[in-house]
Design a protein. Structure first.
Length: 224
């Protein structure tokens, strides 16, 4: 009887152990309200509502922009906005939709790049149910972290310890693996545009120097 009870307890524990080996979940926080789902035609992902000087809007990735870039963003409280995505003219996987969202506090772009070993927080609407997810990862080097990412995480916010935007999730690193407990594929690493590329892109948008680049292959970082 004891043996069967121990077996049952072990089965109950296995899913949480397996699941936690991929994600170290962070606690709910007020700055998560600035994360949204982004749709552009048949494409979808995540985005983050930011402010830079007098400019406000949704920062996301260029590879979800469809056709002319018409897009919508929906926040966790049901607030929805529409607009047009401008993509980075220099080929980085970045896009921005200028909008003003009532009732949502925008996040700020960080003033410095991360250092190797810094803890980052990912906040996205990825995964099989496209629900809000937030977890910790460690910055490695060359615009890459050890975060496990999956479909729908693209465009999600990558934040420093003060809740400031470092970048947005762009691509997975390594080969995807099937995660049986959740039923979807994950990549064992994350790649994204550098802090410098993000800051320069937003500055160009704010100054009006924003002719869109072409749709196609995008860069995640230097040499990416």
């Amino acid at each position: 009887m004891v043996r069967y009870l121990l077996s049952a307890l072990l089965l109950l524990c296995v899913p949480s152990v397996v699941y936690s080996q991929y994600w170290e979940w962070s606690q709910p926080a007020a700055h998560h309200d600035a994360i949204c789902k982004v749709r552009s035609g048949p494409n979808g992902g995540s985005g983050v509502y930011i402010r830079y000087q007098e400019l406000t809007g949704i920062l996301t990735v260029a590879h979800i922009a469809h056709d002319l870039g018409d897009a919508s963003a929906t926040f966790g409280d049901g607030t929805a906005v529409t607009g047009r995505l401008t993509i980075d003219r220099y080929g980085y996987d970045l896009a921005f939709m200028p909008v003003n969202v009532e009732g949502i506090s925008p996040l700020l772009i960080t003033g410095r790049p991360p250092n190797a070993g810094d803890r980052l927080e990912y906040v996205t609407y990825g995964g099989p149910d496209a629900e809000l997810r937030h977890w910790y990862a460690t910055y490695e080097a060359r615009e890459q972290s050890d975060a496990y990412v999956t479909h729908g995480d693209s465009g999600g916010a990558i934040l420093n310890e003060w809740g400031q935007v470092v970048s947005v999730q762009s691509a997975g690193a390594g080969r995807p693996a099937y995660h049986a407990e959740s039923g979807f594929h994950v990549y064992g690493g994350s790649r994204f545009a550098s802090y410098h590329a993000v800051a320069a892109f937003i500055q160009r948008v704010e100054s009006g120097d924003t002719p869109s680049g072409g749709f196609g292959l995008f860069r995640c970082g230097p040499g990416g």
